[in-house]
Ligand binder design. Sequence first.
Ligand code: AMO
Length: 434
Amino acid sequence: MRNRTYTADAEPGRTVTVAGWVHEIRDLGGIAFLILRDKTGRIQIKFEKDEMDDELVETGLGVHRESVVTVTGDVEEEPRAPTGVEIVPESIEVLAEAAPDLPLDPSGKVDAELSTRLDNRTLDLRKEEVKAIFEIRAEVLRAVREQFRSIGCTEINTPKIVATGTEGGTELFPITYFGREAFMNQSPQLFKQLMIGSGLERVFEIGPIFRAEEHNTPRHLNEATSIDFESAFIDQREAMDACESVVRAAYEAVADNCAEELETLGLADEFEVPEDDFPRISYEEAIERINATGELDEQLVWGDDLSTEAERALGDDVGGHYFITDWPSEIKPFYIKDHDADPQLSTGFDMMHPRMELVSGGQREHRYEKLVEGFEQQGLDPDSFEYYTKMFKYGMPPHAGWGLGGERLVMTMLDLPNIREAVLFPRDRQRLSP
Ligand code: AMO
């Protein structure tokens, strides 16, 4: 629509055509109002029944809520209108009539269960506070991309249909690929590492990862968005620096550019950009601190993975984003390098929000012999990863990187109770459509 004006730009003294959804109709007798909503806000359309053409009044007030209309008319100042202006209509056209029985009330007056909302996501996204989440998500991704570019990364896109898994066999989704077994990729891990030996050296990818997670939890998805980083000639410490800079850039961009959305979500006062450096706590210190909180029924011992309760206890203790470094080698994947001085200790790290893990990463094993040894130790067949290991024979620099869960970043940033709130169309154990 070439001559369309957004409601936010409708200035008094002009004749405009606005387009959007019928948010509400308020009939007070001699006078009635249609509230029209578009992506920028709402505007009041005034109908003075006695002074207007009957057909115009009938069309404007007879239309069902959430129908799509265009209205042409003069914009006038009106202090009593919700936005201080209103439109006196000359013509109104119904472009798409909505059925009277809506499965979900987009005005938000009637609460709906999350599952009803997700079943009717299109209508759900007409709510300001739901739309705000996705405006912020878009800003986070924009800022993350910009930050990666500013530290010299090239954006890559790698295959999502693959021959092998990388993050543990039980979480794979098998598919049939022209009669052969294939899988949905769990992580761009091996592909991003292969780029390290290429001329690109420093890369990032934002794309889907697929995990056949056993559990339906508020923080797991079966299809998630992974924000991946990998760089040649850096160690795990420099990878952590990059991680911190990307997360901070996302927070800064939201603070700078999403004031309205934060206000809509009721977060305007409490939203904080993490200012201090994220503490780097070794795994050993982490288990000591967790045990010292007395929050767990059973004390942790060296070699244990951290349960949700353990993460929560430490998160409460630290109170902000932090890293856990130097994990036991045996609980980190084959591609993570061990410390040369102590092979029991790995260079793997996690970056945590007090509520949950956001990132895993580490320095990678770039030495061919050691890499193949690592496969065998973890019970994996190096032959099925030959396309990957082979390239380590032809000049693979030392390198490090990490993967950040995009939805978890948004979820923790906005204090959302469920990760599904941060995905348009979540995939979980029950949900395959829409
Ligand atoms: P990891 O498996 O820890 O590491 O995943 C990295 C981050 O991705 C997010 N994430 C998920 N988010 C929602 N639902 C899921 N099912 C899910 N699985 C993972 C988390 C997690 O911290 N290849 C390594 C990364 C690397 O070393 O570069 C990897 O995939 O926020």
